[in-house]
Design a protein around this ligand. Sequence first.
Ligand SMILES: [Zn+2]
Length: 141
Amino acid sequence: MTTSAPPALPVPPPAVNPETKPFWEATAQGRLLLKRCLDCGAVIWYPRVICPDCASLRTEWFEATGRGRIYSYTVNHRGEGAYTGLPPFVLAYVELDEGPRLMTNIVGADNAELAVGLPVEVVFHDTGDGAALPRFQPMRD
Ligand SMILES: [Zn+2]
């Protein structure tokens, strides 16, 4: 995992709550955390206290590899909010190696190289507010 050059996309600070605070604190350190259920083994996304599969409260944080593949994507030409007026940018679902699918942006890529199944890795864009947004770029060997 790496920290990228200054992003072309805005980096609005996330809404942090007690359930997601460890996740966002880790992003500021360049680490992608997930939760795992200690009773049924499910990998939980988004971060929360209760396992969505079995309702167990016994969950633990672990560090993800930060690697995955594009599950689906679109090139958005009409952003809203902080994204208004931007050049076209890529919204995607990335399926992590651990299973969960995150809605995110693909950065550092030529749109022509994007494809479902393309291997990607996380990069963190600092919000300047004690958190960083996990975005993904194509894997470069
Ligand atoms: Zn469970």
